[in-house]
Design a protein around this ligand. Structure first.
Ligand SMILES: C[S@@+](CC[C@H](N)C(=O)[O-])C[C@H]1O[C@@H](n2cnc3c(N)ncnc32)[C@H](O)[C@@H]1O
Ligand SMILES: [Zn+2]
Length: 283
């Protein structure tokens, strides 16, 4: 039986452009999205659109990482970050705006933004189908689609009021193309203090390179100007399962075993969460 068009995907259809011919619109047709030239993209029974076809993406979270992230986020450990993102996005977008979350994961941040903007619609993009299964259910106004941030987005020019990028890879030129001139790009990234107590115990958790902030600035500077930056920093108590999930959702450390972690004594019971949240305006 063909999959029905998920209501959130219907809400976002006019944003989408055919990933193959780039300019044509997509229309629903028997469980798929099709462009007038006949290019066709399946709608998965889990509710997301499979826009990324052909060669495989180079990165993306696997099932175990998505589960670890989902469990950790449900503890509320990153709730203050979520609040900061939602507040900034709500200040930046019109009430009936369009929010695109790139590398959306399970849709944790996008759903909070949509809660604050009752007339807005959202679209989450990610390479991970496991993450998108959750993202497609995260909010009644959030659609989800497979996409690789490093390829030209299957989106119309100037379609978005807010682009979110939370701990995810970035494509400044495409962010700029899809944002309206008055729109905002909201980027969340870790500072050097983020989870430092845990990182020092788990060498496979990559330390945050101090030059990273400079690289971000250099990459975004031709297209964007920072409007406001907030530092969100606080301690959290960490039960052992939460520590294991924080490690398990880190690409470089996800294969570290329980035994590896306990080799040097107990894991820290408190860690510092420390991120920067910046809203940028297009140049
Ligand atoms: C650290 S997670 C952050 C997820 C989500 N924004 C959050 O904070 O809960 C990075 C996300 O980027 C996705 N990702 C990795 N490489 C990607 C790519 N090339 N294109 C799109 N998404 C990608 C991963 O699958 C993962 O969901
Ligand atoms: Zn086409």
């Amino acid at each position: 039986m063909p999959v029905l068009l998920p209501p959130a995907l219907e809400l976002s259809l006019d944003l989408l452009r055919c990933p193959t011919c780039r300019t044509r619109r997509l229309r629903p047709d028997r469980g798929a999205l099709r462009c007038p030239a006949g290019h066709s993209f399946d709608i998965a029974r889990h509710g997301y659109a499979g826009l990324l076809t052909g060669t495989r993406a180079t990165s993306g979270d696997d099932a175990a990482m998505v589960q670890a992230r989902d469990r950790f986020l449900s503890t509320g450990g990153y709730a203050p970050i979520r609040r900061a993102v939602a507040d900034l996005a709500a200040d930046s977008a019109p009430e009936r705006g369009t929010v695109v979350d790139v590398g959306c994961g399970t849709g944790y941040y996008l759903s909070a933004v949509l809660d604050q903007l009752p007339g807005a619609r959202g679209l989450g993009l990610d390479t991970s189908v496991r993450a998108l299964r959750a993202a497609a259910r995260a909010h009644e106004r959030a659609a989800a689609a497979t996409w690789d941030v490093f390829r030209p987005f299957p989106l119309a020019d100037e379609a978005a009021d807010v682009v979110l990028d939370v701990f995810a890879p970035r494509n400044p030129a495409e962010f700029h193309r899809v944002l309206r001139p008055a729109g905002r790009l909201i980027v969340v990234r870790p500072t050097g203090r983020h989870l430092a107590e845990l990182r020092s115990r788990v060498p496979a958790m990559v330390t945050v390179d101090p030059a990273k902030e400079q690289r971000l600035h250099r990459a975004l500077d031709p297209c964007f100007e920072a409007v406001v930056t907030e530092q969100v920093q606080y301690p959290i108590d960490l039960a052992e399962p939460d520590a294991l999930d924080l490690v398990g959702m880190t690409p470089s450390a996800r294969h570290v075993s329980h035994a590896d972690l306990n080799e040097d004594g107990p894991l820290p019971e408190r860690v510092t969460v420390s991120v920067l949240v910046t809203a940028y305006q297009p140049r």
